[in-house]
Design a protein. Structure first.
Lengths: 474, 288
């Protein structure tokens, strides 16, 4: 193949992701995005102009060597591309699917200045999928065993990436997870149609093959405490996530039919309630019902799209600001719209109304308008006096965010947390105030992203490695 | 996998299991519970740790087969295994020397109250137990309680054993007889717990109940187990399960436990299509 000039590269239009038809997919749980073919991937890879000073790398929280892995795809060295990705990213098949690329690596891609950026996320997904389906996940060589033992608390992306790096350094790593499966939000939060569970399982199996030990069904703090772990392990990493759902504190939230997003999502995703009664866990009736989801983030989009797939006759998003302020990934908003989700913007519920059996029947929805900018610089939504609509409603899902789970802080009183219960760390090394204890991911930042949690896990792994070399320093 | 080393019925549809779980046996305190999942497609359900042995590394659970999952569980025998089991969960009971403590158990609630009764006795309380059931066969753990408590009063709705009437009537009788009661723990069907709260409220007797909402994770993550106590939302799995009986919104708890009634029926049909379900509901809800 003759070398392309930069001009020629920039002329190639961005390869769109192949997707399941919107109508069809709105009624199944199969993955929406189908991925690139090899030829599409190679062509997309050719769009990268291989910048001398690649801005994209700095846009990625784990600093994936983007131009290098893309060049390998352009050269059809797909296995090598996957290996290159794994030098920096323990879960590329996951990140290629769920990263908000448009705000990270792709936001700063130079090709995007004039046209559309290189589809870095799609290429990442392609390489990881190629490896998985062609050669199986390859396990990088680990260093010689060091004899150091590390306990990782929480099997979400933060814990997994920390474990992945530490096992490479030759340490003996055990992950303790409260639930009966490993993956954290990747399993119980993000639905199958966006991130197939089999992919998470295979990535976790990869880590297992690399030597990471997994112990499920253990809630650290209630069973063994952090202090007890410190007696048996040389260091502890806390990646327990931000799992404590917020409610809106409006009348009627206790009614049957009103869900916290985590409850609704966990039932459907982790417990497979969509497959009831083959799966024993029940789900409140959604078929032919009216469902409203409150919030504008990824969680809200996932919940509302699940409602469609469970057969809701009307599935709506109620968000108190406008679409521009929605924190969800652009792709999720687009997909939700295509699938037929109703967007009620500038709207906030005042109360839920039920019947004598305590069952949700309707809500009063307050319409808003944008007022003066608030501290964050965004225009504050203010209620339009008297503009209240009563809407019949069967299921309400509250997806306005999560606080930090109190179990670890309650049982580790000397661990410093802020007023929201987030563990305080030195962000350069993820050290907490407690010697030998590191923390990262949502428990430190509050609900954020998969890749930020993974980045924190990596930073902690490097710092743990250094600490283990000389434990007298903290 | 968690191996069952002993399984036997101790009442109609009520089965006792001893299960190998050495770490939980070592850690657990009275009032705490586990969540288990019987098989790959199983539901996660909460069950109280009725007893434990650190020597054998086992915990004891006592299960009333009222629905899909509890009946699947009750079909298991010694030698079988349970797929997933996590615990101890929840806060331990507040154990103090109150003076005279009355522990009231209704139906399988007796099993839930048992470890706390034992702990209350160990710290020096005079412990009086009232164990209720529909009829003689439904009164469980009477002998075990006799060994650890100062007084044990079985009650049955039909008078087939012990006191003829409801547990609250027996409680009232004790009060009227001049027993100075400092603390009451009531665990059983919701209407029973509410009735006990109504008896002790005007007398200002500190009363604790153990709530049994529907749970998923048991770690405070899902918010499904929320209840209203003192007009505030609590997550029973991490803030409880025990709460001040005089402040619990029992009506809301009752409603919320019926959230999946339609689906529960389907599950039950799947597991067993005999035995009238209405029977079981009446049994679980106990007294009217
Ligand atoms: C529905 C939903 C959709 C999302 N979509 C996206 C997306 O598209 N893109 C994106 O980048 N991000 C998304 N996010 C955010 C992202 O998933 C999180 O930021 C990320 O998972 C945080 O990782 P973590 O490892 O810190 O925590 P988690 O993933 O929450 O994992 C923590 C783990 O720790 C376990 N645990 C908790 N307490 C204990 C304990 N005491 N002992 C043992 N184990 C414990 C938990 O069970 C859990 O498995 C989404 C989040 C949700 C809820
Ligand atoms: C902290 C805690 C401790 C518990 N300890 C014990 C115990 O030691 N032994 C025991 O037998 N049970 C105990 N329970 C109750 C037990 O968890 C339920 O009976 C079980 O989840 C029912 O599951 P199922 O699939 O068999 O029945 P389902 O089909 O789910 O329910 C059948 C019927 O029971 C009602 N119901 C549903 N969930 C509950 C519930 N949590 N409590 C009461 N009624 C319910 C339903 O409304 C329905 O009428 C405890 C519950 C909690 C929250
Ligand atoms: S990990 Fe996420 S941010 Fe980094 S290169 Fe991949 S898609 Fe971009
Ligand atoms: S900024 Fe864009 S064009 Fe430049 S190296 Fe990165 S991906 Fe390629
Ligand atoms: S069971 Fe999920 S929060 Fe209590």
């Amino acid at each position: 193949m003759s070398e392309l000039t930069n001009k020629e590269r920039m002329k190639i239009p961005r390869n769109p992701m192949i997707e399941q038809d919107a109508k069809e997919r709105a009624s199944n749980f199969k993955e929406v995005n189908l991925g690139y073919t090899e030829d599409m991937a190679v062509e997309e890879a050719q769009r990268c102009i291989q910048c001398k000073k690649p801005l994209c790398i700095a846009g990625c929280p784990v600093m994936v060597k983007i131009p290098e892995f893309i060049q390998l795809i352009a050269d059809r060295k797909f296995a090598e591309a996957a290996a290159k990705l794994k030098e920096d990213n323990a879960l590329p098949a996951v990140c290629g699917r769920v990263c908000p690329q448009e705000e990270q690596c792709e936001l700063v891609c130079i090709v995007g200045k004039k046209g559309e950026p290189v589809a870095i996320g799609n290429l990442e997904r392609f390489a990881a999928d190629w490896e998985r389906t062609h050669t199986g996940i390859q396990i990088p060589e680990s260093e010689k065993p060091t004899g150091n033992k590390i306990a990782i608390v929480g099997g979400g992306p933060a814990g997994l990436s920390c474990a992945g790096d530490l096992v490479q350094f030759g340490h003996d790593v055990t992950v303790f997870e409260a639930l009966h499966e490993i993956g954290g939000v990747l399993l119980y939060g993000i639905p199958e149609f966006r991130l197939p569970k089999s992919i998470v399982k295979e990535e976790v199996d990869g880590l297992r093959k690399a030597g990471v030990k997994f112990v499920k069904n253990v809630v650290i703090g209630l069973g063994e405490t952090v202090d007890e772990l410190l007696a048996d392990y040389d260091a502890v990493f806390l990646g327990v996530g931000a799992g404590l759902p917020y409610f809106m504190n409006i009348p009627g939230e206790e009614l049957n039919g009103v869900y916290a997003a985590n409850d609704y999502l966990t039932r459907v995703n982790l417990m497979k309630a969509w497959d009831f009664p083959n799966s024993d866990t029940p789900m409140y009736e959604v078929k032919d019902k009216v469902v409203a989801v409150f919030g504008g983030g990824n969680t809200a989009m996932d919940a509302v799209r699940i409602a469609l797939r469970l057969g809701a006759k009307r599935a709506m998003i109620c968000y108190r600001r406008t679409e521009a302020e929605m924190p969800a990934r652009v792709e999720e908003i687009k997909h939700a719209k295509e699938e037929g989700v109703d967007f009620m913007l500038l709207a906030s519920p005042l109360e839920f109304l039920g019947d004598e059996t305590g069952t949700l029947r309707s809500m009063n929805l307050q319409k808003m308008e944008l007022g003066e900018p608030d501290d964050s610089g965004r225009r504050r939504p203010v209620p339009i006096k008297g503009d209240i609509e009563k809407i019949d409603l069967d299921v309400a899902v509250i997806a306005i965010g999560n606080g930090s789970n109190p179990i670890i802080s309650r049982t580790t009183p000397d661990l410093k947390v802020n007023k929201w219960g987030n563990i305080l760390v030195d962000e350069t090394n993820m050290k907490t105030n407690k010697k030998g204890v590191f923390a990262g991911g949502d428990i430190v930042t509050g609900g954020a992203t998969v890749i930020l949690a993974m980045g924190a896990g990596r930073t902690a792994a490097a710092a743990i490695h250094e600490y283990l070399a000389d434990k007298s320093k903290w | 996998m968690y191996k069952i080393v002993e399984a036997r019925f101790i009442g109609p549809e009520v089965k006792l299991f001893r299960i190998e779980a050495p770490k939980i046996a070592e850690k657990r305190k009275a009032g705490q519970f586990i969540i288990l999942r019987v098989h790959e497609n199983g539901e996660r359900i909460p069950l109280t740790i009725a007893d434990s042995s650190t020597k054998d590394g086992t915990i004891t659970i006592i299960v009333q087969g009222i629905g899909g999952t509890t009946q699947q569980l009750n079909a298991l025998e010694s030698g079988d295994s349970i797929l997933d089991l996590v615990g101890p969960l929840g806060k331990a009971s507040n154990i103090e020397n109150f003076g005279t403590a009355v522990v009231i158990g209704g139906g399988v609630g007796t099993a839930i109250a048992f470890p706390t009764a034992k702990a209350l006795k160990e710290v020096g309380n005079k412990v009086i137990t009232i164990v209720g059931g529909r009829s003689k066969d439904y009164v469980i753990l009477e002998n075990e309680l006799n060994e650890i408590c100062d007084e044990v009063y079985p009650t049955t709705d039909d008078g087939s054993h012990g006191f003829h009437g409801f547990v609250t009537q027996k409680l009232q009788e004790l009060i009227d007889g001049g027993e100075k009661i400092d603390f009451v723990l009531a665990i059983g069907p919701i209407p029973m717990m509410k009735a006990v709260a109504d008896v002790t409220r005007p007398l200002n007797i500190e009363t604790v109940v153990s709530l049994n909402p529907i749970m998923v994770d048991g770690t405070g993550m899902c918010g499904g187990c929320r209840a209203i106590v003192d007009n505030k939302t609590v997550f029973v799995c991490v803030d409880g399960p025990e709460f001040d009986a005089h402040k619990v919104d029992f009506k809301n708890l009752t409603n919320r436990n019926h959230m999946y009634s339609i689906q529960e029926n389907v599950s039950l049909e799947k597991v067993k299509d005999h035995k009238c379900r209405v029977d079981k509901l009446a049994e679980k809800e106990g007294m009217k």
